[in-house]
Design a protein around this ligand. Structure first.
Ligand code: ARG
Length: 583
């Protein structure tokens, strides 16, 4: 195992800087990828920042650092060059790049350094009981799963939590309605589908708004549910079970593992949380409700009025806010989380910032010990640029959306490979169709809105799953043709890089760990898709420029191909995309 390239270089420049300016207090140094290939592989950017404290011109500083760096005689540096106002351009030695690839081939973690194991709670997917899961939940599911996979790959202890909206006053309405208007025997889950529930829910809402008598009965059901009345709880459980089955169908299709821990799980903590905030003097009463106000210019509504977290309503009921504070308390206190990550649409950003600040105020969350991130994402848009909907105007049912992607993938495969058997086509279509939905979502920077298009996500060119997968399949076919004993080659043969395409490919392979480090920091899965897209392009150039079979460099090139295959496989698995062997 070894440090990422950027880390190695930062350490290197820190040593050089120490030699050039022994008295300087070394700031965090910045080493980044070069913006252009002609500027080398990496660049050192910190001379400009150092200029102020050293009172020396940045170019001069860069020159002094280069002079000192040369005396270190590090074999991984091929050449250093001062450029522009004081950048240092860095060319790495091909022998070093080759050795890194070789080391990665000998390691199941592809050379990625072991990290200090942390408890990481990731709250994602989190649909709402008695409602259909929508495309927003799909985004949360896909992004959250991929982040969880990255943390798991690094060896962290990840708890994947499904914070289902399975409690609250709206269930009183639904239960009252079902008791009065449906003839179902409530112990038969199989007789009711989620669509039925959605219909009942809609009708119960109409009745609730129109009929004050029904409203009263619904409120009584809330009380009954909260106090654990067996008949009411039984119906509630059935409602949850029906919803759960519908979600599970989607999770199975997407290959998602997640632990259900819905809002109801935290019920036992809610009175305690309110008491605690009261005891600590953090509550401001407002029209009978108990509110928390946080001094922060960002926490205001459009009219500029301060926004509260309302943790108990005037009727004594608890809220989404209360549950999220209880969840913070539980995840830190009981689960011992060191990182908490919650993945939802950007619309909830303020809510989570407020919950975070409130948890700090209450002493639940110590900023120096626990890192909290709300991971927001944009809206899913249809081809018309409006919020994604089906033709009927209803929001698209997720299951239909996924099966459509698979059947479209199947049509494309039928055209490309008419000779395939039906069962093989189905298998590959499943992987590509679902893979396309995931890849398209993950590859757009999550913070922006994302336009859903079957046609685009299933293309074979550009930054798509099919393009990248095709490069992977090619790497398999090269190996198949030569049928070498790979393990034997790894042990006994050396990678030697000569051609520019080989060097560029090896450099990119060596950047894998750096990209993973970035994801853990920024929580942007599109770093990984960008990486894989570039890997596919670099692999294709290598394949075009460098003969493998029968060339004197055959063994070295098979090893390079093998390394690509492994990185593709690992990359796809971190995206939650299934690999195929043929396309
Ligand atoms: N159920 C919520 C929704 O559909 C998402 C819950 C996210 N997690 C949380 N701890 N609040 O928008």
């Amino acid at each position: 195992m070894f440090d990422s390239l950027a880390t190695t270089l930062r350490n290197f420049f820190s040593r050089a800087l120490q030699i050039a300016y022994p008295d300087v207090k070394i700031p965090p140094l910045e080493v980044t990828r070069s913006t252009q290939e002609s500027f080398g592989n990496y660049q050192f950017n910190s001379a400009m920042k150092l200029a102020a404290s050293l009172k020396v011109a940045p170019r001069k500083i860069a020159e002094e650092i280069v002079k000192a760096a040369v005396t270190l005689k590090e074999p991984f540096i091929e050449r250093l060059e001062v450029a522009g106002p004081g950048f240092i351009n860095i060319w790495l030695a091909p022998e070093y790049l080759a050795a890194m690839v070789q080391a990665a081939l000998q390691d199941l973690r592809l050379g990625i350094r072991a990290v200090k194991k942390e408890k990481v709670v990731i709250d994602f997917s989190s649909p709402n009981t008695a409602k259909e899961m929508h495309v927003g939940h799909l985004r949360s599911t896909i992004i959250g799963d991929s982040l969880a996979r990255v943390f798991e790959f690094l060896g962290h202890d990840v708890l994947r939590l499904n914070h289902i909206g399975d409690f609250g006053t709206s269930f009183g309405m639904l239960i009252a309605y079902m008791k009065e208007n449906t003839q179902y025997a409530f112990n038969q889950v199989d007789e009711i589908s989620l669509s039925d529930l959605v219909t009942f829910y809609r009708q119960s809402k109409v009745a609730f708004d129109a009929d004050p008598e029904f409203k009263k009965r619904a409120q009584l059901q809330v009380v009954a549910l909260q106090s654990g009345d067996p008949e009411t709880v039984k119906i509630w459980k059935i409602i949850c079970e029906i919803s759960r089955r519908a979600y599970q169908e989607i999770y199975d299709l997407l290959d998602i593992k997640i632990v259900e821990r819905g809002e109801s799980f935290y019920n036992f903590l809610l009175p305690f949380i309110v008491d605690e905030f009261e005891r600590k003097g953090l509550i401001t009463p407002s029209e009978g409700a108990k509110c928390i106000f946080i001094e922060n210019a960002a926490f205001v509504n459009r009219e500029g009025e301060k926004l509260p977290l309302m943790i108990q309503k005037s009727d004594g009921g608890y809220n989404y806010d209360t549950t999220d504070l209880a969840a913070m308390y539980h995840r830190i206190g009981e689960e011992k989380a060191e990182r908490i990550i919650i993945v939802t649409d950007a619309g909830q950003a303020t809510h989570f910032q407020m919950v975070y600040e409130a948890a700090v105020m209450a002493g639940y969350l110590d900023k120096s010990k626990v890192r909290f991130d709300h991971v927001p994402f944009g809206v899913v848009l249809g081809a018309d640029g409006k919020k994604f909907r089906t033709r009927s105007g209803d929001t698209e049912k997720l299951i239909d959306l996924l099966t459509t992607a698979v059947s479209r993938a199947e049509d494309i495969l039928k055209e490309r490979n008419p000779d395939w058997s039906g069962s093989e086509r189905k298998k590959v279509a499943q992987a590509l169709g679902i893979g396309a939905v995931k890849y398209a979502d993950l590859s757009s920077n999550r913070t922006s809105d994302y336009t859903f298009s079957y046609e685009r996500m299933l293309r074979f060119e550009g930054n798509t799953v099919a393009f990248v997968m095709y490069a992977y399949v090619r790497s398999l076919s090269i190996k198949r043709k030569i049928s070498a004993d790979i393990e034997d080659l790894i042990k006994n043969e050396k990678i030697i890089l000569k051609e520019p395409a080989e060097i560029a490919l090896a450099l990119h392979l060596d950047r894998f760990s750096e990209m993973i480090e970035q994801i853990v920091e920024e929580l942007l899965p599109n770093r990984l898709t960008d990486y894989l897209y570039e890997l596919a392009e670099k692999f294709n150039l290598f394949f075009r420029d460098c003969r493998v079979e029968g060339d004197p460099a055959q063994n070295s090139r098979i090893l390079l191909t093998e390394a690509c295959g492994r990185v593709f496989e690992k990359g796809f698995s971190l995206l939650g995309v299934q690999c195929v062997k043929r396309m």
